[in-house]
Design a protein around this ligand. Sequence first.
Ligand code: FUB
Length: 320
Amino acid sequence: MKASRYLFPSDYMADPSAHVFEDKIYIYPSHDWESGIPENDNGDHFNMRDYHVFSMDDPEAEVVDYGVVLSTDDIPWAGRQLWDSDVAYRDGKYYMYFPLKDQNDIFRMGVAISDRPEGPFIPNANPMKGSYSIDPCVFEDNGSYYMYFGGIWGGQLQFYRDNKLTPPCELPHFHERALCPKIAKLGDDMLEFAEAPRDVLILDEQGNPLKQGDSERRFFEASWVHKYQGKYYFSYSTGDTHLLCYAVGDNPYGPFTYQGVILTPVVGWTTHHSILEFKDKWYLFYHDAMPSGGKTWLRSMKMVELEYDEEGAIKTIAGQ
Ligand code: FUB
């Protein structure tokens, strides 16, 4: 396995969502910067205000930066904090999905559209109806597009039950079922959900849903889905235990059964990734905070080859 590679040493970029469009690798990261907001459990220090897009002709190639492609200044409903985004292609258009706090400090998902994978992206005037929380991942399967999303703590997933904002907004107790990431099929216009978001169940080896106290396996944030040898791989971050792990299922809705760790903790509090196949090899895109000396709000994006064993298990990668 080759060593991991920092992709863009001249600026701080995190949460890289990578896709192959037009035979190139396109990367859609969050754009970290030093805004001076103190670090807290709410994630206020992740105070991002724009996105760049990057491309590479192949995994060894130079990384091309297309500059700012969407900014909070362009989004009529913007409050603060542009977090992890994702992009999907359908019928000649590229759709960027992004979480952003509205003017009431509640995360919603926005959509912005471009004719080109490198943008610029023009945002819709309003957030998606019924959207909430963070970290959208859009996955296409047999012509249908699904959004996975959610994140606890600063990602506000604990504010909701049955897709409704439900005070007092608490996490489940230790022995209760963990909060699930969500999935919703997108409508044909790609602009709204075509159904109410449903739970994505992650099961243990006995077939029981993971519990909130199972903090090294339960979902925290950073959903990603890919398909390998006919199986659906749902991968995610465990947040406060700093692991990237994965679970496998037979269809996009799951349930998914927990399998193991993809990436051990990196330098910095967060860990967030995407997984991509390019020319018969697989790659993990992720970030760490090594170049900033561990400042978790100043992260740098990286990539490394990802390998499977003969049974389709992902071989664990060392984060440090
Ligand atoms: O980049 C801001 C947030 O940090 C992301 O949305 C989370 O997944 C975590 O990486």
